[in-house]
Design a protein around this ligand. Structure first.
Ligand SMILES: [Zn+2]
Length: 82
């Protein structure tokens, strides 16, 4: 993690652009948002990180880290009351 980023900030939702399966978008039912309709699996691969569409059994994104290691976080922020 970059030393300029606070740990808490890094654990918040920092998404600036969502990933979508092209076929899912084409079949998006009326009244449903792409986020509701998406059926993605996200996971580690031997090469990096992959987003997979379960509905279409299709690759959405596969990032190849080319052997490099990158900082990441699997912790989550506590909810109010925890
Ligand atoms: Zn799809």
């Amino acid at each position: 993690m970059s030393k300029t980023k606070s740990k808490n900030s890094f654990l918040k939702n920092n998404i600036i652009a969502f990933l979508h399966c092209k076929e899912c978008l084409e079949e998006l039912p009326e009244g449903r948002s792409p986020a509701e309709w998406s059926a993605h699996d996200v996971g580690w691969t031997k090469e990096g990180l992959q987003v997979w569409c379960r509905r279409h059994e299709a690759n959405v994104l596969h990032v190849d880290f080319e052997g490099h290691k990158h900082p990441g976080a699997t912790q989550r922020l506590k909810r109010k009351g925890e």
